[in-house]
Design a protein around this ligand. Structure first.
Ligand SMILES: Cc1cc2nc3c(=O)[nH]c(=O)nc-3n(C[C@H](O)[C@H](O)[C@H](O)COP(=O)(O)OP(=O)(O)OC[C@H]3O[C@@H](n4cnc5c(N)ncnc54)[C@H](O)[C@@H]3O)c2cc1C
Length: 386
């Protein structure tokens, strides 16, 4: 397989070396029991990759978004799963952009060193998925604290995080002009909170993603943990979405490259009717087509990163990159299963595991329909659908 020139070759090489220490067998064992890849995450943390986007003054490497995208793409391309820790890269952006100087000093250096894990992002609720502003979790000021009540769902990595960035309503909906007002971002220290008003319950899903339900029952959080201004949390969350979408898109590209490499190798090796199956265009073309889709999506990821890094509006390209990359990785996955025939379903080949893992990205962190709604309304100027 030929590959287009790649950026950050040294980073890619080092990340690939690290990933080689965590082969398919490592992930298969964890997958069976839905366990967290602690050793893998520790290795990435120690090597400094999860703090790539934290500025050097706070102990990170201060790299641009495209470098973080290269790291995640390489992880996925190696058959590993960055979903276990990717949020550590982008959630801290809310603190970086909107936190007070004291908050940044208090948290960012320790997040950069790995002493504190900021892996949990509490936005989605059972009654409000896509419709974020309908969320019902409340944070009510009481003296020097916020008192938090409510529930989140699909809070990934909650059991393996020290901190959670929580989006909660601080002003009742009927007292705000707009439904996007009155929501605030609050940093919850989960180490102190579990058992004192915070309960975490894992949800078993079709892939090993460590997603949880989180219940808040009069949890007290110091008011100083408010990130930025009260009531502006929804805007802060939106601010971080382009980076999140581009990084997830990069992961999809990595997945697609992993599937394609597997497909090509097997199509050349596997002999049926006395010749390699890849000689049949019915086998080769789906692999070639999905690879073409993947490379087109990859260009969109790069353009999104370029815009983001140059301070231009990256909304259109980040959304499109996320959608195209998720669809392309799924097409590569589908071609890979089909190419492998029965072995596509055998656990030891890792294909069925990666197949389950890459399916997620058409739903989370944003579903394809909502990307299309964004493009229809905000890019093409058609009427708002919801
Ligand atoms: C494994 C996993 C990990 C996750 N991790 C996190 C996390 O760490 N933190 C967090 O906050 N959330 C997380 N999520 C939640 C994720 O962001 C939501 O699942 C996603 O945004 C969709 O919301 P929903 O599941 O409530 O679907 P719904 O909003 O109920 O939507 C269901 C379907 O209807 C479609 N739909 C809804 N409204 C419209 C419309 N107006 N037009 C067209 N189609 C529409 C959607 O596209 C979707 O396909 C995770 C989810 C999963 C499955």
């Amino acid at each position: 397989m030929t590959e287009h020139e790649t950026d950050y070759p040294e980073i890619r090489e080092e990340v690939a070396k690290l990933c080689a220490r965590f082969p398919g067998a490592y992930w298969r064992e964890l997958d069976k029991v839905r366990a967290y890849p602690t050793d893998f995450v520790n290795a990435l943390t120690e090597a400094g990759y999860l703090s790539a986007l934290i500025p050097e003054e706070f102990g990170g490497s201060g790299l641009p978004l495209s470098a973080a995208a290269a790291i995640l793409e390489t992880i996925q391309k190696a058959g590993c799963n960055g979903g276990a820790c990717h949020a550590q890269m982008y959630i801290m952006g809310t603190i970086l952009r909107h936190g007070s100087p004291e908050m940044k000093q208090a948290y960012l250096p320790r997040i950069a060193s790995g002493a504190l894990r900021l892996q949990a992002f509490g936005v989605t609720e059972p009654g409000s998925g896509t419709d974020t502003t309908a969320l019902r979790t409340t944070a009510v000021r009481d003296g020097d604290d916020f008192v938090i009540n409510g529930q989140k769902i699909w809070t990934s990595r909650a059991e393996h995080s020290d901190l959670m960035l929580l989006l909660a309503r601080t002003t009742p909906r009927d007292q705000t002009h707009k439904k996007t007002d009155g929501l605030s971002t609050i940093l919850v220290d989960m180490r102190e909170a579990v058992g004192n008003g915070l309960t975490i319950k894992p949800i078993r899903t079709m892939m090993n993603h460590n997603s949880c339900e989180v219940f808040f029952d009069a949890l007290r959080v110091p008011a100083r943990n408010l990130v930025g201004e009260e009531g502006k949390g929804f805007r802060y969350i939106l601010d971080g979405m382009n980076a999140e979408r581009l990084l997830i898109a990069a992961e999809c590209i990595g997945d697609g490259l992993w599937f394609t490499e597997k497909s090509v190798r097997y199509a050349k090796e596997r002999q049926v009717f006395g010749r390699p199956i890849g000689q049949n265009q019915g086998v080769a073309f789906p692999i070639a087509r999905s690879y073409a889709q993947l490379q087109a999506a990859r260009l969109m990821v790069r353009e999104g990163c370029r815009r983001y890094e140059s301070g231009q509006n990256a909304g259109e390209h980040s959304n499109m990159a996320k959608m195209l990359a998720a669809e392309a990785s799924w097409a590569c996955a589908e071609a890979c299963v089909q190419t492998h025939g029965g072995f596509g379903f055998a656990e030891d080949f890792d294909i069925e595991r990666k197949f389950r893992e890459t399916r997620l990205y058409q739903v989370a962190p944003i579903s394809t329909n909502l990307v299309l709604a964004y493009v229809a309304e905000h890019v093409l100027g058609m009427p708002r659908s919801y």
